[in-house]
Design a protein around this ligand. Sequence first.
Ligand SMILES: Cc1cc2nc3c(=O)[nH]c(=O)nc-3n(C[C@H](O)[C@H](O)[C@H](O)COP(=O)(O)OP(=O)(O)OC[C@H]3O[C@@H](n4cnc5c(N)ncnc54)[C@H](O)[C@@H]3O)c2cc1C
Length: 806
Amino acid sequence: MPEDAGEDPEVLVVGAGPVGLTVAHELARRGVRARLVDRSAGPATTSRALATHARTLEIWHQMGLLGELLPRGRRVEHFTLHLQGKTLMCFDTNYDTMPTRFPFSLMVDQVVTEEVLRRQVQALGVTVEWGVELTWFDQEPDGVLAELRHADGTVEQVTAAWLVGADGARSTVRKRLNLRLQGDSTQTWLNADVVLDTDLAGDSNHLLHTGRGTLLLVPFPEPGKWRVVDTEDTDHADDARIVRARLADKLTRALGRPVEVPEPSWISVFTVQQRMIDRMRAGRCFVAGDAAHVHSPASGQGMNTGIQDAYNLAWKLADVVRGHAKESLLDSYGAERVPIGETLLRTTKTATALVSLRNTVAPLVMAAGTRLLGALKPLKRRIERTMIRGFCGLTLNYAHSPLSLACATPDGIQPGHRVGCSVERARTSPGWQGLVTELTDPRWTLLAFADSREQRQLAAQAERRYGKAVSVRVVAEAATSKRVLADPGDDLARDFAMRAGYFVLIRPDGYLAAKGRLSEDLDGAFAALGLAPADAGGNPAHHLDSGGPRMRIIDLSATVDAADRWEANPVTHEVLTAAEGAQHMAEEMKEHFGIDFDPSVLPGGELLTLDTLTLTTHTGTHVDAPSHYGTPRDGVARNIDQMPLEWFLRPGVVLDLTGEPVGAVGADRLRKEFERIGYTPKPLDIVLLNTGADALAGSPKYFTDFTGLDGKATELLLDLGVRVIGTDAFSLDAPFGHMIAEYRRTGDRAVLWPAHFAGRDREYCQIEGLTNLAALPSPTGFSVSCLPVKIAGAGAGWTRAVALLD
Ligand SMILES: Cc1cc2nc3c(=O)[nH]c(=O)nc-3n(C[C@H](O)[C@H](O)[C@H](O)COP(=O)(O)OP(=O)(O)OC[C@H]3O[C@@H](n4cnc5c(N)ncnc54)[C@H](O)[C@@H]3O)c2cc1C
């Protein structure tokens, strides 16, 4: 349920599989009020999708999920063929013609993918409502009236402006909209997830021909665990002993050595389906993922394609809901995704035929073909490229979409195509590094190649008119302000085939929409894409929410919880109940003013509650004042009630220090992070350190296992004019144990509390005990409000720190 429950949702998302979760994430990231319901009692526990391909990995990077998912998966970069005891050939991957920063497939259990998505969705304020089934809905002119049946049997009616059916292959939404899945189902396969004692390379998928049929082996991230897909025999699936014996026999024959098969963790039989619908929107309703198309799992496309549907739809819906774009934008969803689904059905059909190799002469053809390929290396490379094109999702494009505007330049990245670069380009090109980070901003991106005042003015004008929906960056040799994206080597100009006076406009999902001349083509492009300019007052011209543009608030504060959170300095919390409050008031009135009052005349005999807490000012999320750091040289340090309020409501910058070991990072690490995010903090920016330590909050480890700043790093931020530095850890310094060990090792007193003591000479404030910094959608582009509670003479004050996003 969204935090602002009570109000009708703007979008009702049905189904909390990977597709529904992606839709909800992307809507919430853009400030749309979404509700996410699922009829299951809780999350699915069976593995299902394992393979995540390059295009989905790019999406996860834009969504801010990749950091968590990458370490939990296994990279696969090969495909190996085996025939009756011999390894025939190992195909490598070849992404030469499809530049990507992720040239591999990542094997991650769908259970893990969904878990990470759920956590991020929750951090954005949407909680999955389990046990809530959509049973019926009807469309009205300005909304959808839906009936939800709760697990306890109660039925709720809800109205939402839009409805997204991500409710899987048996979709209620699809059926109610009368959209028919067309296509066929061909074969039936058996799946067994099992730990095998084999020497097969774990960075490859393996296709084993047993002489009669094939087994496909796909590695799990866990060492030795494989998904074994038997494309031939599916009977007795409910008897693990028979399945184990049969697979052991086949594996032994195919690999030419004895293989034992222990108890699988999951056995399932499924029909290979190739079906899809021909429309994905009907009025105010959409379908996405398995609800719209079901594929053979031969090349692992179902979840990948569904996530890409969701990623295509959600920003469009958000732009329309928030009044940034005309409703016609939503027609492009089906126009773009239906042809993609059709192409995929063709390629997955081919992949199914190749994997199952049912032809009786297949073994002979395999042996002869691989001998030939061994001799003809260029042909092998071509086949490797073709294989990858079929499943990586990188070559699929929207060139024929109404959102891909014709341009006069035939060179460089073209409208409708993905904006991406290779690992090498991302490593060596500051321009691409800046752009890749920029694309994590949930808005459109306008790159203005401007080298004159007039051209920069055109960019500034675009920002004034479209800035709510479009992030405007001027591409120049050096970054002189936050708006400038530095491209010292002109790499972006070259790769887009643009020069000064031109622009490129990139959609929120990372595809190029338009490019042309700043002075002649830009306004036309905005109009053709249906983007709505802000009115003269700077507000979007149209907004469905009658309150005007909604500010999104991300809570960065920990909960003070005496009952349920361990603290080094225990918190006590006494509550005077409303009934006790009535009695107390009557006694006080009598004692102080001589007034008799019978509390039982109050409704229910109750007055008001009263909470009494004992806690230090350093409990929970709080701001440290300079007086906390000790006595400065001039002998005067300000207390929290004396600090200028202007310091505490300022633009924010979040630095990613997750993955750093326990201790303290130095100035170079901060400089590297500035380079990565393409931004160096400005005077009075509020700098937040995302160390990930808040995951330990409420446990003793929170006080001992975290990363802080060393003296030089603190000085660097103070030199830049920063006056408020926040952390999600217990302290801005390294943990006590670490500092004391360093001091014993070096004898250097400067290693003791350097970050705090820096504030004795140079006045600044720290925010400690923040949380939820990973929910910030991008390193910049938000404000922080962390006004401290006004406590006379105190060295710190609690704060309800929040990030404010337009
Ligand atoms: C064995 C196997 C292997 C696979 N391997 C891969 C792979 O390697 N790569 C890949 O990309 N894909 C793979 N897939 C496919 C992938 O699992 C699916 O494509 C993916 O789960 C689809 O996601 P979804 O969110 O569209 O639907 P689902 O995951 O099916 O989620 C739909 C949700 O909607 C809920 N729901 C249904 N009806 C209602 C209702 N009326 N009201 C409320 N809630 C409702 C359901 O409870 C469910 O939680 C594999 C599938 C299988 C079975």
